[in-house]
Ligand binder design. Structure first.
Ligand code: SF4
Length: 337
């Protein structure tokens, strides 16, 4: 369920060829394991639409079919088990074609995500608002929603996307005041893992922190696993999701006495495999390290060639530097809250 008081769901999109069922299912399993809750697949042709049926049988999370241009693919995707379809009614064609899609969705009670992108904003709206603007994007989305509502269907999710972060924030603020449908939120074409993460964190942070948004996707030019991990981190940072292990680590400085940067990265990788809710601190020296580590549930403060192991505020023992990672692993394996 999405919308209302349901939790904000994390989505991602496969970058495999949908018709390659094995590769797609494998990627969905990987994404599910790291926290993806809804998955979208591109449906550019008939083969991909038909493949959804086989994919559906092998996965455990809802499957969304992403359709552009061809209304028949939307219908075929629904007939093959898509749990939701994503269309931009603006590029599906005539009203008759949209109606045929809505009719099929209605018969199966399949939600339609009405997606509008700033890149495909109608000419008349660009002229009306003197360029691509938040107001124009919102009007475009509301027009599409009205078309489907007139056809008697309201099982809808709306997404309005633009790669301009502040315009995207404004558009979400405006649309949330004008309709009650669940919103799928994301910064589109955000960029590579580095820049996309920053843009998405700022954009999604500003939107979600106002209580707007029901599902999210972090779009990155990279492995979709990274999208899911980033989405989780954004929700946790905002206090929307609880649980999981939070790693705090110092930035290192001239006082750092252990090889901290690789260690912190390894610790972050290590903790992703645990279903625990706690804070782990990885600090470089005994000046600030013990204080910070004491506030965490589990911590390391580096000394010369060794580290202090700190547990629930108490210094437990000194551990040689090359055993620090294994020691943390042992503590996590035997953790009792
Ligand atoms: S914890 Fe120590 S090593 Fe890390 S930044 Fe602070 S002073 Fe430097």
């Amino acid at each position: 369920m999405i919308g209302g008081n349901h939790s904000i769901k994390i989505q991602s999109m496969c970058n495999t060829k949908t018709q390659d069922v094995n590769a797609t299912v494998q990627q969905i399993h990987k994404l599910t394991e790291c926290g993806c809750e809804i998955i979208r697949c591109a449906v550019p042709n008939e083969e991909a639409a038909v493949a959804l049926g086989e994919i559906k049988k092998q996965i455990t999370i809802p499957l969304v079919a992403d359709i552009h241009f061809d209304y028949r693919l939307a219908i075929l995707a629904m007939q093959n088990g898509a749990d939701k379809i994503r269309i931009n009614p603006g590029n599906i064609g005539s009203i008759d074609k949209i109606e045929a899609v809505v009719k099929e969705a209605k018969a199966r009670n399949i939600p339609i995500r009405v997606g509008v992108n700033s890149g495909s904003l109608e000419k008349n709206l660009i002229e009306k608002y003197h360029g691509v603007t938040a107001e124009g994007i919102v009007e475009s989305a509301l027009d599409k929603v009205a078309i489907i509502e007139k056809m008697g269907y309201e099982n809808l999710v709306v997404s309005i996307k633009t790669s301009d972060v502040l315009m995207c924030v404004k558009a979400h603020e405006l649309i949330s005041q004008r309709m009650d449908y669940p919103l799928h939120v994301g910064i589109t074409e955000a960029g590579t893992v580095w820049s996309g993460n920053i843009k998405s964190a700022i954009g999604l942070g500003l939107i979600l922190n106002q209580g707007i948004g029901d599902t999210i996707r972090v779009s990155l030019t990279g492995d979709p696993v990274q999208e899911v991990l980033s989405a989780k981190q954004i929700l946790r940072t905002l206090g929307i999701r609880k649980g999981g292990i939070e790693v705090v680590s110092c930035p290192t400085c001239g006082r750092t006495q252990i090889d901290l940067i690789p260690l912190a990265n390894k610790v972050e990788e290590l903790v992703s495999g645990y279903d625990l809710s706690l804070k782990v601190a990885v600090m470089g020296c005994v000046v600030n390290g013990p204080g910070e580590a004491r506030e965490a549930d589990l911590g390391i403060a580096g000394g010369i060639g060794e580290g202090l192991l700190i547990k629930k505020g108490e210094i437990i023992r000194k551990v040689p530097e090359n055993e620090l990672l294994n020691t943390l692993k042992y503590e996590l394996d035997h953790w009792s809250e």
